[in-house]
Design a protein around this ligand. Structure first.
Ligand SMILES: Cc1cc2nc3c(=O)[nH]c(=O)nc-3n(C[C@H](O)[C@H](O)[C@H](O)COP(=O)(O)O)c2cc1C
Length: 182
């Protein structure tokens, strides 16, 4: 396969002290080789995203992971800011904007709603897949390969054992991706 085996995890959690699911997922990624973690909320508490530094990090990666809790059916505001700032015309899209083309993109998201809530009769009225297109569209517009998203539903109530299994599964996916690149 083509491209570097490096992974960039762009993590956006506005309240890391209150995070349970995201914290367990992140802990499972510790020690993964050739993997860089960029914690947006600690790095840019004033939302002053360093676009050049972020683009450099993206340039090193073959797989970009966008990881966050779902907030109002979308990404936390600093990740939206990151999209606006970093993914500029002429770099990420438009004429000459091919920096991300061919890289893989994995959306790793936790949701408060469980699978029942994300069904026609549930609280969110629609299957979760109906909420993916805005994020998927960003990746595809930049020419990235959209991988099957990694979703942990019911993140408030998921038992510790099931959450640990999910974290293990996430790590296994990243390891498998790296193995496929070598
Ligand atoms: C401001 C805000 C908005 C949220 N919006 C949604 C939502 O639209 N859909 C949903 O399923 N959960 C929503 N949640 C729940 C979070 O997704 C959930 O708390 C998080 O995924 C749990 O992960 P954590 O333990 O790492 O914080 C929201 C939470 C907050 C604080």
């Amino acid at each position: 396969m083509d491209g570097p085996a490096s992974i960039l995890v762009v993590h956006a959690h506005p309240y890391p002290g209150a995070s349970r699911a995201g914290r367990v997922l992140l802990a499972a990624l510790e020690g993964l080789p050739e993997t860089e973690l960029r914690e947006l909320y600690s790095r840019y508490p004033d939302f002053d995203v360093d676009a050049l530094a972020e683009r450099e990090a993206l340039g090193r990666a073959g797989l970009v992971v966008w990881m966050h809790p779902l907030h109002w059916y979308g990404v936390p505001s600093l990740l939206a800011r990151w999209f606006e700032t970093v993914l500029a015309k002429g770099w990420a899209y438009g004429e000459g904007g091919t920096a991300l083309a061919g890289k893989d993109c994995l959306w790793a998201v936790t949701t408060g709603g469980d699978t029942v809530a994300y069904s026609p009769a549930g609280r969110h009225h629609r299957p979760f897949a109906d909420f993916a297109p805005p994020v998927e569209g960003i990746a595809r517009y930049c020419g990235m390969n959209w991988l099957e998203p990694f979703v942990v539903h019911g993140a408030h109530a998921i038992p510790d054992v099931a959450l640990a299994a999910q974290a293990h599964a996430l790590r296994a996916r990243l390891e498998a991706w790296q193995a496929g690149r070598r």
